[in-house]
Design a binder for this molecule. Structure first.
Ligand SMILES: [Zn+2]
Ligand SMILES: [Zn+2]
Length: 314
């Protein structure tokens, strides 16, 4: 008995000492999130998403808000075209690159930072887009980064200049890629509702907002079913740009200026490190996404001057 007591006492002392000396290294990681999926819904106005009085066109996201956060004052403060908006998200820097897929962003992307800093293979980052021209997000013109640490891509009908594809195809590819390749960082583009907006098809525009909302809900559901993702994945939803106010140019049909309709966009996030049922009124912008993703995944977006949106964290 005495020997057992002595052993117990000794192990308690060892544990205590170990505990004291190990406090810094045994502190649990700051964030639970290990994977991030960013979905960019192309070109809805804020007035048809979160600012619609009943959120009638995004019922799934509105329901998920009970477990997540959204920003009431979130803006694209750069050029309000597709490639520019996406590049602001993926690099954390506003960029004047052309919108037609013939120029790369000037700065490295969250994929490149993540793969380099974590020493992971390309397959752990996936760029999945309905628009082929967004394949440019995989690379950049910075001489130290060009051609390196690039994600795997699945853009349009088979890469640059292959044409746009339907979001239903993109949605199917997302689920396939998540289940087969288990990437840790994914950026998705859905072409709707932008496509229908440009066609002056109001009903198609609204349907595009509803349909992408459904896809987003299904992706979140999938992430809760796969043990690689469940409980350690953050899903973010944003837009590349909005569309003109009804009083500006041709209204919802186009975008590209600095009107409130073009600049004001959504930011929604759901995941283990984010507050629940929280609406932030603090000003935030597109370039803050890269810094925020870097903060929770543990990498630095060194070329970005975006801000970590700490107000959204638990
Ligand atoms: Zn767009
Ligand atoms: Zn405008």
């Amino acid at each position: 008995m005495k020997a057992i007591h002595k052993a117990a006492l000794l192990s308690t002392i060892v544990l205590l000492m170990g505990g004291i000396s190990c406090i810094p290294s045994s502190t649990p990681p700051k964030y639970i999130t290990e994977r991030v999926v960013i979905i960019v819904v192309d070109g809805p106005r804020f007035t048809e998403t979160w600012d619609e009085p009943d959120r009638y066109y995004i019922p799934i996201r509105n329901g998920l808000l009970k477990q997540g956060v959204m920003c009431q004052n979130f803006y694209n403060e750069g050029v309000t075209y597709t490639n520019n908006g996406h590049a602001a998200i993926s690099t954390g820097v506003y960029d004047n690159l052309n919108n037609w897929g013939s120029s790369y962003p000037a700065n490295p992307s969250i994929f490149q930072y993540y793969l380099k800093q974590k020493g992971l293979p390309a397959s752990k980052c996936q760029l999945i887009t309905s628009k082929d021209k967004l394949s440019i997000l995989a690379d950049c013109n910075d001489a130290n980064w060009a051609g390196k640490y690039m994600p795997e891509t699945d853009c349009g009908n088979g890469g640059a200049h292959s044409g746009y594809r339907n979001d239903a195809v993109t949605y199917a590819h997302i689920i396939q890629t998540l289940s087969k390749k288990h990437p840790n960082l994914v950026l998705v583009n859905f072409i709707e509702p932008d496509g229908s907006g440009h066609n002056n098809d109001w009903q198609g525009y609204i349907n595009g907002i509803r349909k992408t909302d459904e896809y987003i809900g299904n992706v979140w559901k999938y992430l809760q079913q796969d043990t690689y993702y469940k409980g350690k994945t953050t899903l973010m939803v944003s837009n590349d740009h909005g569309r003109h106010l009804d009083s500006v140019f041709d209204g919802f049909i186009s975008h590209g200026c600095t009107c409130e309709g073009c600049r004001r966009i959504e930011f929604f996030a759901i995941g283990p490190d984010f507050k629940e049922n929280y609406t932030s009124t603090k000003n935030a912008e597109q370039t803050d996404i890269a810094a925020t993703v870097g903060e929770i995944l543990g990498f630095k977006a060194t070329h970005s001057n975006g801000r970590v949106m700490k107000e959204l964290f638990k």
